[in-house]
Write a protein that binds this ligand. Sequence first.
Ligand SMILES: NC(=O)c1ccc[n+]([C@@H]2O[C@H](COP(=O)([O-])OP(=O)(O)OC[C@H]3O[C@@H](n4cnc5c(N)ncnc54)[C@H](O)[C@@H]3O)[C@@H](O)[C@H]2O)c1
Length: 313
Amino acid sequence: MWEHEQLVVRTGRRSGMTTMVALHSTEAGPAVGGCRMKTYARITDAITDVLRLSKAMTLKCAVAGIPHGGAKSVIVVDRELTPELRRAVLLDHADLINEFGGAYQAGPDVGTGPDDMLVLRELTPHAYCLPEEHGGTGSSSGPTARGVLAALKAASRHVFGTDDLTGRKVVISGFGSVGELIAKGLGGADITVSDVDESRRTGEFGWVHPDEAYQVKADVLIPAAVGGVLSPETVRHLDVRLIVGPANNQLTDDGVAGLLEERGIVWVPDHVASAGGVIYTLAREDDGADHETALKRVDGIEATVERMLRARG
Ligand SMILES: NC(=O)c1ccc[n+]([C@@H]2O[C@H](COP(=O)([O-])OP(=O)(O)OC[C@H]3O[C@@H](n4cnc5c(N)ncnc54)[C@H](O)[C@@H]3O)[C@@H](O)[C@H]2O)c1
């Protein structure tokens, strides 16, 4: 069933590249969601991605109690991206954002950052997370990691009877900006990280090849790379008790949640665990909250997860 309000796909007049916006819902308010810049094997893969990600944003806002709907946008990288081409496609994307008249408000996502939001702002007011020196809140990776750690606290109490992870084995798949901050916030845990980018291997933490990250015996698994990592196949090989992480759309389909439950693995849905970034950004940029107040709202994820897990029994 088609559940989205709109999907618009455009070829940019400056760049000749494809950009798209999926507006899942504006029922609760203007739709927010990141702008992903990524290479896809097929254009239909990009469309599938933007549709799923935008729906997840609606859920994320609803669970977090944010008066916004969900959307997402994708810039399809189909050639080498020179600085000139990057700027051209971002300006093309800003034109597309403007077509929604404020119903879609963009932020950074995988492949984009605050500097890209600054380029969007040249043509559209509907872009969050500008660099701090330009009056924005910058990267949301810090609040996102903080939200995951808050979720992990509540989930650890539920699974292990304590939120002290000292000595517990934790595997983080995806050692990017959020994954690294989570690792640094985990105190005395025995941490192993994994990334397709070998240059991320620092020696500070244990290392496992990305193909094996979902088979390692551990207490906690933290998906912090890409979506679609929990499939019927990967779930069969998992040897963990708890999964909580920031990666969006971790399940290949909703049925995988049931498979995890059957195996006795507690999974905190990504739309709950990864909401710290959007909670923080909107608290600061929409509501004018100060840094500490916005972080307190992010910490509220702990109570949300506690309630959710208690309700599950
Ligand atoms: N940054 C945020 O505020 C935020 C908010 C909500 C959700 N998320 C989600 O969290 C995840 C991580 O975000 P980020 O900002 O750290 O992104 P990032 O791009 O900084 O890091 C992702 C890392 O994953 C690695 N990677 C890619 N494919 C991999 C694979 N198959 N196996 C292992 N590693 C792989 C990349 O090399 C990179 O180092 C993404 O899925 C993102 O959508 C991020």
